[in-house]
Design a protein around this ligand. Structure first.
Ligand code: ZN
Length: 139
């Protein structure tokens, strides 16, 4: 499946390296204790410098917050995948943290708002795994 391949830079390299070890890491601020994602050069809460930001593994559990289905994107790389779901996942461990997901395994157009999701990893290139989210089957 063709999809945009992430290009790690100095800032995001630890995130992608952790993903290849099937870990989801976010930045944690030593000064104010807040977690943040996506990675940034300073703390978005207290503006502390990058050297105060450490990487921390988070538990891969969350919920579908909102979502929509793209049917006519002109973005190259998504065209062949349409229709495709885009969802905002809220992390249970830190509800202020959000991740975008295509919700693999869930049919496009049916977005289960509020559903529990779990972290999975999908290959996006021969050398890179991407954190993704999958709806947890109801018991
Ligand atoms: Zn901070």
């Amino acid at each position: 499946m063709a999809r945009p391949i992430p290009t790690p830079n100095d800032l995001t390299k630890p995130f992608w390296e952790a993903a290849n070890q099937k870990k989801l890491v976010v930045q944690k601020c030593d000064t104010c204790g807040k977690l943040q994602y996506p990675p940034a050069l300073i703390c978005g809460s207290c503006r502390a410098d990058k050297d105060k930001l450490q990487w921390k593994e988070v538990e891969g559990k969350g919920h579908v917050d909102v979502g929509f289905t793209i049917r006519d994107s002109r973005i190259k790389g998504y065209r062949e995948m349409q229709p495709i779901n885009f969802c905002v996942i809220t992390l249970d461990e830190e509800p202020l943290l959000n991740f975008l997901s295509n919700l693999p395994g869930t049919p496009a157009g049916t977005i289960p708002v509020g559903a529990a999701v779990e972290l999975i990893f999908e290959p996006v290139s021969p050398t890179q795994l991407l954190p993704e989210w999958r709806v947890v089957a109801a018991n």
